[in-house]
Write a protein that binds this ligand. Structure first.
Ligand code: NAD
Length: 256
């Protein structure tokens, strides 16, 4: 998706106050950049402070970086308070940050520490972000949460158990929170991307990329812009009656 078509498709996001976790690189950085191009006001957080500050500097006055460690509940609360203060409220939360850590190991080879670390960031962190942002989302006329899951949780990727289980939990949490937050007019949806070409997946062997590509109805490599368009849609007024849904974005590798 080009920057131009993003802007044309999403004029409705001008001045939308959006917070993004894990926005310093990868998919999150693409969300931040394209939200900014749509005229949204963005605060994003990450543990990669240099990358985060550099991106915010490059994107200009409507984009701000603040430190955020999802493994630390106090850091989550501080980030949300800082963001709400800077933006004058919060309309939307994109729970994007996650760690994989468990790649390449069989279920029996995973350590308890790895399991707990992955769950703490991916599941507990996303939950605490939702809870911290809720009072601000309640004040918004267009409150929306988009959780970034993974299609690995839909088809059961092997040798990635902690990550896959964490993304399954993110999907279940999305559905439950949609019902709770719906009472306040807030939508909660999840996107389940397929393997996407970013820095973090550069370690994945070429034959694995080829396997995914061949399994897609649209047999090409997946790039961050493929995911950003659907995220922007779920934040837009066009999607105000869409909630509790999980949208696979993977060129048809997995179909609902
Ligand atoms: P990435 O590693 O580039 O991005 C994750 C970001 O989260 C990084 O900037 C990282 O520093 C940040 N982060 C990690 N731990 C954090 C913490 N404790 N607190 C705050 N921030 C933290 O990877 P990505 O591929 O861009 O992934 C983005 C999202 O998309 C993740 O939820 C991932 O699971 C999901 N996803 C990615 C793919 C893919 O193939 N790239 C496929 C499916 C789902």
């Amino acid at each position: 998706m080009s920057l131009q078509s993003t802007v044309a498709a999403s004029d409705a996001l001008a001045n939308r106050r959006v917070i993004v976790t894990g926005g310093a690189r990868g998919l999150g950085a693409d969300f931040v950049e394209k939200l900014a191009a749509c005229g949204a006001q963005v605060v994003f957080g990450d543990v990669l402070h240099d990358e985060g500050r550099r991106l915010a500097e490059r994107l200009g006055a409507n984009v701000h970086y603040a430190a955020l460690d999802l493994a630390d509940p106090a850091s989550i609360d501080a980030f949300v308070q800082t963001a709400a203060q800077r933006l004058g409220g919060i309309d939307a939360l994109i729970n994007n940050a996650a760690i994989t850590n468990s790649g390449g190991r069989l279920a029996g080879e995973l350590s308890l520490e790895t399991w707990d670390a992955v769950m703490n960031v991916n599941v507990r962190g996303s939950w605490r972000m939702c809870v911290a942002a809720l009072p601000f989302l309640c004040e918004s006329a267009c409150g929306a949460v988009v959780n970034i899951a993974s299609d690995t949780a839909l088809w059961g990727a092997p040798k990635l158990l902690a990550y896959v289980a964490s993304k399954g939990a993110v999907i279940a949490m999305t559905r439950s929170l949609a019902r709770e937050f719906g009472a306040h007019g807030i939508t909660v949806n999840a996107i389940a991307p397929g393997l996407t070409e970013v820095e973090a997946t550069a370690y994945v062997p070429a034959e694995r990329h080829a396997y995914y590509q061949q399994g897609r109805a649209l047999a090409r490599a997946q790039v961050p812009g493929d995911v950003t368009g659907p995220v922007l849609f779920l934040l837009s007024d066009a999607a105000r009656f869409v909630t509790g849904q999980v949208l696979p974005v993977n060129g048809g590798f997995v179909m609902n």
